[in-house]
Design a binder for this molecule. Structure first.
Ligand code: GYE
Length: 332
C-alpha cells in the first residue's frame, strides 16, 4: 500500500533541515502540506555521484562493475569518478559532485581520516553521503549510512582458521592492506585479538602491500630474503597480495600452501583458482557486490526514509576442498 504523500513529506523536510544544519522548527505541520504531485522519487529520477577509490584489486574491479551495472539496470544517472588510489583525487571528486548538485554521493574512502572538511561541504550543500565498503572516521552527522563489511570480524575469522591450520604454532608474516584504510586497520586488529590466545603463534613481520598483487609479491620476496624458511604462515589482508606472495614463495623455491600456509580475505576468483591448485589454504569472504543495496539506500535517503547507520554484508569462509565446486557459482 502506498503511504500518503503527507507522510513522505514530513521526513523529507525534517531531513533537509538536518542536512543544512538549520535549527528552525516549522510553526505548524499544515505549512508542510504538499500541493503538487507525489514527491516520492523513483530510481529514474536520481542523479547519483560515486567517488570510487581506485582499481587496486580484483575485489575493487567487481565492486565498480556492480555499481555501474546496477545503475544502468535501474535507470539511475550515475556520475562515476575514479580517484586512482589518491585521497586528494577523491576529495576533488566529491567537490566536483557537489558542484554538479547530484542527489546523493557514494564514496569508498581510501583511508579513514581526513574527510571532515569535504563531508561538511557536502552537508552544507544538502547532499547526503553514503559510505560504501569503507568507513570514515567522521562525526555521525556527516554521513547517512555505512554499507559494508565487518572487517574486524574478517580479521578474527582469518586468525581462527590460521590457528586451526597450523595447530596453534606458526611464525607468521603479515601483508597489510593500504595503510590507514578501514579494512587494513580492522583486519590487523581483529587478527591479533584472536592470536593473542595462542602463545605458539608469532607475527614475525608485518608490512603493507597496498592491497595490490605487485606489492604483495615484492614485500613477500623481501620477507623471504630476510627470514627464509623460518616463515611458516602468511596472513594477507586480501587475495591479490596473497597471489603475489604465492609467486614470491615459488620463486624462492618453497611450496605455497604446503611449506608455508596462506590465509587471505576477499574470496575472489583468483583465490578459488589458487585453492584448487593447492597453493592457498583458505579465503575469508568480503562481498564487493554492493550496487543493489547502495542504490536502494540512496533512493530511501532521497525520499526521506529512515535507514540504518550501518548495513552489514553477510559473509562466509571458503576452503580448498570445496573450491572446485563453488568456483563456477562465484560472481567475482
Ligand atoms: O578487501 C581489497 C580492496 O575495501 C574491502 O579493498 C575493500 C578492500 C578489499 O582493495 O581487496
Amino acid at each position: 500500500m502506498r503511504i500518503s504523500r503527507f507522510l513522505f513529506f514530513v521526513p523529507i523536510f525534517a531531513s533537509i533541515l538536518g542536512f543544512v544544519g538549520c535549527s528552525r522548527q516549522p510553526d505548524s505541520l499544515s505549512t508542510l502540506q504538499p500541493d503538487s504531485n507525489s514527491l516520492e522519487k523513483r530510481y529514474e529520477d536520481l542523479i547519483v555521484g560515486y567517488a570510487q577509490l581506485g582499481a587496486e584489486s580484483e575485489w575493487r574491479a567487481a565492486n565498480t562493475i556492480s555499481i555501474k551495472e546496477t545503475a544502468e539496470q535501474l535507470g539511475v544517472e550515475l556520475r562515476f569518478l575514479d580517484a586512482q588510489q589518491k585521497q586528494d583525487n577523491q576529495i576533488e571528486a566529491i567537490r566536483k559532485l557537489i558542484i554538479q548538485k547530484v542527489d546523493v554521493i557514494g564514496i569508498s574512502p581510501i583511508v579513514e581520516t581526513g574527510w571532515d572538511e569535504v563531508f561538511q561541504e557536502a552537508k552544507d550543500a544538502g547532499i547526503p553521503i553514503i559510505l560504501v565498503d569503507r568507513r570514515a572516521a567522521v562525526p555521525d552527522d556527516l554521513y547517512v549510512s555505512y554499507l559494508g563489511s565487518d572487517f574486524l570480524e574478517e580479521g578474527r575469522k582469518a586468525a581462527r582458521i590460521m590457528a586451526e591450520l597450523v595447530d596453534g604454532k606458526a611464525s607468521i608474516v603479515e601483508l597489510v592492506g593500504t595503510i590507514g584504510s578501514a579494512p587494513a586497520n580492522d583486519r590487523y586488529t581483529g587478527f591479533r585479538e584472536v592470536i593473542k590466545d595462542y602463545p605458539g603463534m608469532k607475527i614475525i613481520a608485518s608490512e603493507s602491500g597496498d592491497f595490490t598483487r605487485a606489492r604483495g609479491r615484492e614485500v613477500m620476496a623481501a620477507f623471504l630474503e630476510k627470514y627464509g624458511s623460518e616463515i611458516t604462515a602468511v596472513y594477507a589482508h586480501n587475495d591479490d597480495m596473497a597471489l603475489g606472495a604465492i609467486e614470491a614463495i615459488e620463486e624462492y623455491g618453497l611450496k605455497p600452501g604446503e611449506d608455508i600456509m596462506i590465509v587471505s580475505i576477499d574470496a575472489a576468483r583468483g583465490a578459488f583458482e589458487a585453492m584448487i591448485a593447492g597453493k592457498l589454504n583458505a579465503t575469508v569472504e568480503c562481498n564487493p557486490l554492493l550496487g543493489p543495496q547502495f542504490f536502494e539506500l540512496a533512493l530511501k535517503v532521497v525520499n526521506g526514509q529512515l535507514i540504518p547507520k550501518w548495513v552489514p554484508s553477510i559473509e562466509s569462509v571458503f576452503f580448498p576442498e570445496d573450491a572446485a565446486e563453488i568456483l563456477p557459482t562465484r560472481k567475482y
